[in-house]
Structure formats: C-alpha cells, structure tokens
Design a protein around this ligand. Structure first.
Ligand SMILES: [Zn+2]
Length: 461
C-alpha cells in the first residue's frame, strides 16, 4: 500500500473511485478511514495494470500544478503569475541586449557608428491611477528626440497633452503638477487626440523604419517611474490609433549608453556599467539650460522637468562620454547646450563636464584650450587689467554655429584638438550648414556671449 495515504496522490484518487464502485454494490463506509482500512482496497490497487495506474498518476500531477497555481506570496500575488512575469521580463531583456549589441557591433564593423540614429523619449504625467490597467498614467507632455553621435541632437517632437482626468484625482494632479512640470490640469492648448499624437510620433521616426518595423524608443530603465510611464503612455496612445497595427519597443537608454561606450573605448580603458551611467545621468549637469525646453516651459516654471529638456540632457551626458572615442568634437546646440557661449569663458561648462568626470582626468571631454587657461578661468570681476589685456591678445576670430557645423572652415573650434571629424563636409552642408561668421572687429574675445547674442538677434542671423 502506498505510504502517503493522506496526501492527494495517485492512490488517493483510486481510493475515491473504488469507494463509489463499492457503494454501488451496497457497501457502506462512514468515512475515509473505513475505506482505507478495507483489505479489498489494497488488493484492488495491486491488481491495476500500469496503464490504469497512469490515469491516477495523471490526476496527481494535475493536482500539484493546480496547487502551485494557487500559491500566493505574503502580498497576495499569485506565485505562478510572478514566475511567468519573471520569465517574460528575462526574455525581453535578452532580446533588447541582443538588439542593441548587434546594431552597434555591425555599425562598428562598417565604420558607421556616428551615423546611427536613435530615438529617446520622456513622458510627463498628471497622475497615476490606482488601478490594474496597463494604461494607468494620464499623459501631460511627451517628447521624442532623434540623435546620432556624428550630428548630435538632430530633431525633436514635443506635445503638451490635454488628458481628461478621472473623477477623484484632482488633488493628486495638482500636487504632482505643482511639484514638477507645472502643466495645468486639462490645458486648452494641449492636444486631446491621442490617436493623432501616435500618428505624429510614427511619422517622426518613419525615416528610420527598419525592415518595416518601427525603431525602438530609448528611455531610462533604472528609474521605475520613468520607464513605467513611458511604456504605459506609448501603449495608451497606440490604442487610440485605429489604423496602426504597429507599436514601439521601449528599450533602456542606460543599456545603449553602456554598449556604445564599451564597444568604442580603447582596450586599455576601463569599461563602464549601468550603475556608473545612472549615477552620471543623475548628476544632471546641464539642468540650468533653458534653451533645451519646449515653448511652454521656456516662458513658465518647471523647466527642469520639461520632457524635451530632460531627454536632451540625458543625450548630452552620453555625448560627453562617447563622442571623444570617435574623435567627434562637441558642437554647441548639437552635442551640448547652446548657452555655453553666454557664460564667462566656459566656466559653467567646465563645471558641468567636470561633474561627469569619473576617471579622474579629462580624457572624456574636450574643451577649448583657452577655456582652461589661467586668465580665462577667472570671472570678469576677478581679472586684473593685465589678465584682460593678455586675454584680448589671445582672442581669435569667432564662428558661431547657430544650429550647425561647417567642417573645414573652423577658425575657433569647441575643441582644442585637430579636427578629426569622420563625416564628410557634404553631410553637414547638405541639410544644416548655416554657420554664421561674426566679423572679428565686433567682439574682443570669446567671453562676450551676451553681446554676441544681441548682435545675432539684431541682425536676424
Ligand atoms: Zn516642456
């Protein structure tokens, strides 16, 4: 007789059937104990063929599966469901890593990493609903930026969204909005049509559609709230576009950053990982740059929380690490904020880049040599008359790249190194070369950014 009589094993299921058969014949059992102690039961079990026993073993297996399915954690979540989610997430991460690594390695083989286009996304929301729905974020602003290492930040798409807020959430909306993006509840100027926004986003990336598939969108994965809000809002918008059967994969910006750096670095250099990348992005050294904001945030408060500004700030941190590995010079307005020209001789920029320095030296960024010299690192009030004279004597003709870069004609480059930019002149001249040459006699040195700005505005340059 099988030992574990009290467990729901194969013998237990046989015993239930045997009892029914015996009761049909007129036998009476008051309880299962009486059934178990009947010697005919054991004999009947021994007489079963292996095929007949297999039926009861199958019942035992199904019972065990069912028991696992019903197991709960101390939070009341199904253990089986959690295991399934874990498997799905692992598959997703493997697929994502494989995709990112393969496109970068392929581009490296073809010497075309600097032309690879990527899309980075951030979403601001009014509130998060307390529900199990996958669409539990109510979107307030969405921004998408296209960049390549060679050309820097190329294009952007941004929308303030007028989302209808569910009843009972007005307080949460006010609290969240006032402490972050400052977008008012249900703004008149916001876009209401979710389907239209999704169409426009598809249109924005259409030029880079790979094999009829939409390219992935990158966002911060190590900040749960950012990752979850982006995934939720993208799915929500896609749901409202009835004509589109396609959807975006949302991938990790940190993973992209790590892969780009580690694949392009010299063998002797230290590799970086996602923890380092997260720490660098968290420093947010360019968060004082108002020109990165959308029109709404440029004139209002909450500029640091502007989605358009946030994605560019992430990308600029990436540029400060990766561009120098390809000898790509950092161009204001494309690889770093344009306002740098307004600051006293780049001191502010020096501080921003210094904040990112993880290796204890300056090899990961390039600054103009005069920005690092003794006399120019002093603020105007700190300079002596002699400092000022020396500074002026060292001044060079200045070209302002207002949103462009003209290779080959650079008299004052943002880098102190020789130009080694791998793109052809035509790459820039074809679609964006609108470099402005400021006459030398108008300005005494590079430290006159504010005057320069006025000159540009006055002359409509
Ligand atoms: Zn904004």
């Amino acid at each position: 007789m099988p030992s574990n009589r009290n467990k729901q094993n194969a013998f237990y299921y046989f015993m239930l059937d045997w009892r029914k058969q015996e009761e049909k014949k007129g036998c009476v059992f008051n309880n299962m104990k009486e059934v178990q102690s009947d010697p005919k039961l054991n004999q009947a079990w021994r007489n079963l063929t292996s095929n007949e026993k297999l039926i009861y073993k199958e019942k035992e297996r199904n019972c065990k599966l069912k028991q696992n399915l019903n197991k709960k954690t101390n939070l009341g979540e199904s253990v089986d469901e959690l295991l399934q989610i874990q498997i799905r997430e692992k598959d997703f991460h493997n697929r994502m890593k494989e995709y990112i690594s393969s496109i970068i390695k392929e581009a490296k083989r073809n010497n075309s990493v600097y032309t690879l286009k990527f899309y980075v996304i951030h979403v601001n929301y009014y509130c998060m609903y307390n529900c199990e729905s996958p669409y539990n974020y109510s979107p307030a602003e969405i921004a998408l930026v296209e960049f390549s290492l060679g050309k820097g930040v190329m294009r952007s798409y941004q929308k303030i969204i007028n989302s209808e807020i569910k009843k009972g959430y007005a307080y949460e909306v006010n609290i969240h909005s006032n402490s972050s993006h400052q977008i008012p509840r249900e703004p008149d100027f916001g876009e209401k049509n979710y389907g239209q926004i999704f169409k426009e986003i598809c249109q924005f990336v259409r030029s880079n559609k790979e094999n009829e598939r939409l390219p992935p969108l990158f966002t911060l994965f190590n900040v749960e709230q950012i990752k979850n809000s982006v995934m939720s809002v993208i799915n929500l918008l896609a749901n409202f576009d009835q004509e589109c059967n396609d959807n975006f994969d949302v991938y990790s910006f940190e993973e992209l950053f790590v892969n780009l750096y580690n694949n392009l670095k010299a063998e002797s250099d230290n590799a970086i990982d996602e923890v380092i990348v997260s720490l660098q992005i968290k420093k947010d050294p360019f968060n004082y740059k108002t020109s990165l904001c959308c029109d709404f945030h440029k004139i209002g408060c909450g500029g640091n929380f502007c989605s358009k500004s946030i994605v560019q700030r992430w990308i600029f941190v990436l540029f400060s690490y990766v561009c120098s590995l390809l000898k790509i010079n950092l161009i204001p307005g494309y690889h770093m904020p344009i306002e740098n020209l307004d600051f006293n001789d780049g001191q502010e920029l020096n501080r921003s880049f210094a904040a990112l320095n993880i290796f204890g030296d300056t090899r990961n960024y390039r600054l103009p040599s005069n920005w690092n010299s003794n006399n120019t690192t002093k603020s105007p009030s700190e300079r002596t008359y002699r400092d000022e004279e020396v500074r002026k004597s060292q001044s060079k003709p200045l070209i302002i790249y207002q949103g462009s870069f003209k290779h080959g004609s650079t008299k004052h480059s943002i880098s102190s190194h020789e130009q080694s930019y791998p793109l052809s002149v035509e790459d820039f001249q074809s679609d964006r070369s609108v470099g402005i040459h400021i006459p030398e006699n108008k300005f005494s040195s590079i430290g006159r950014g504010v005057t320069l700005k006025r000159y540009i505005q006055k002359n409509n340059l």
